[in-house]
Design a binder for this molecule. Structure first.
Ligand SMILES: Nc1ncnc2c1ncn2[C@@H]1O[C@H](COP(=O)(O)OP(=O)(O)OP(=O)(O)O)[C@@H](O)[C@H]1O
Ligand SMILES: [Mg+2]
Length: 338
């Protein structure tokens, strides 16, 4: 059994998978909304306990059997970069990464947890290069997440970043695609090449900013604004187009940032332009978000289904309907354990 735990800023998701022949089978999945927290800012014991209580409740209600979980860190709090090396062996790269990390990560190496993954060996390029993904997270941040898991009476067995997990869950093995996690606090985007994370960026604008925009423009309470956002979203004709017009400017901020990121990837990193976009996260459910993204980015857009290659019992399939995009990160984390 392997369990993925995604502690988002607004919802917590948990997925349990078990081996099934050559593939994996969904055993259990659940999501709970909560008051929300900036885990990196938590200091008081009672605040850690409050989040841990939600984790524990979710573990129980979703009927997850294993207590060992793989968890993820929010993209905007970790440092991710691809680095090019000459054709070295895996062992040589492991030590070169340490040295390189000291030069490029914005926090002292002694206070960071650093991981790397070899993405590609371009042996035939001139000069030949090895492309390596470097991920560094502040140790104190990892400790805070681990503390919540322990207080929730679970055991953390591994830590990844949201986008590494997302790419594992959604990226096709043979193309370059853009994967966007449209959450509450942030919109994270990954460019995945042949199934591997090749570029990442976090934009600090997502669901909460949309709700705030509607609340301000229509002068309504946040709960009402949230309702309007979810019911009408970007559809033109509703409430005389007032909801759409309040959301549009925020939506444009996000799509402009996505365009910039693609441009940067193509020019600075000489990457191939992604041909299509796979969408995930709670905000992907916003009415007409899909068609609006298609128009603004001029790209084919689809809602990702993290359960595509996983066996799901028909009963569970029904209860998951419509919620699949919420589980992408948690599925990716659970797949790590396979
Ligand atoms: N049908 C819908 N239409 C529009 N927005 C929606 C809909 N359903 C959920 N949301 C929004 O999705 C957000 C929650 O999504 P998600 O669970 O992916 O966030 P999170 O993982 O907690 O956040 P983050 O990853 O940014 O920390 C909320 O802002 C919520 O308002
Ligand atoms: Mg999230």
């Amino acid at each position: 059994m392997s369990v993925g735990l995604d502690i988002g800023s607004k919802t917590i998701k948990m997925v349990e998978l078990s081996p099934d022949g050559k593939g994996m089978k969904l055993q259990a999945a659940g999501v709970l909304g909560y008051k929300g927290a900036d885990i990196e800012k938590l200091e008081d014991e009672k605040d850690f306990v409050a989040v841990a209580e939600v984790v524990r409740k979710l573990h129980k209600e979703a009927k997850i059997s294993s207590k060992e979980v793989v968890l993820s860190l929010p993209e905007h709090l970790v440092f991710t970069q691809t680095i090019k090396f000459p054709p070295l062996t895996d062992a040589e790269i492991a030590s070169a990464v340490k040295w390189e990390a000291e030069q490029i990560i914005p926090i002292p190496v002694a206070e960071a947890i650093i991981q790397h993954q070899i993405l590609e060996r371009r042996e035939k390029a001139s000069p030949p290069v090895v492309i390596v993904l470097l991920v560094a997270a502040p140790r104190s941040l990892v400790e805070k997440y681990a503390k919540i898991v322990h207080l929730g009476r679970l055991t953390p067995v591994a830590v990844e970043t949201d986008l590494v997990a997302l790419v594992r869950a959604l990226a096709p093995p043979d193309k370059t695609v853009l994967i966007v996690d449209f959450g509450a606090k942030s919109t994270d985007l990954a460019i995945a090449k042949n199934g591997l994370l090749s570029f990442s960026r976090s934009i600090p604008t997502a669901g909460e900013a949309f709700t705030r925009a509607v609340a301000q423009a229509l002068d309504v309470e946040p709960a009402q604004a949230e309702e309007y956002k979810k019911t009408y979203g970007l559809s033109e004709e509703k409430l005389e187009g007032k909801v759409k017009s309040s959301l549009s400017s925020v939506f444009k901020v996000v799509t402009d940032e996505i365009k910039k990121a693609i441009h940067y990837y193509q020019t600075e990193e000489q990457g191939d332009a992604p041909k299509s976009l796979i969408l995930s996260g709670g905000t992907s459910g916003m009415p007409d978000a899909l068609s609006e993204l298609t128009n603004l980015l001029e790209m084919e857009v689809e809602i990702g289904n993290p359960f595509k290659n996983i066996t799901v019992d028909p009963g569970m399939e029904k209860s998951l309907a419509g919620y699949a995009p919420l589980y992408s990160v948690a599925v990716g984390l659970a797949l790590r354990g396979k």
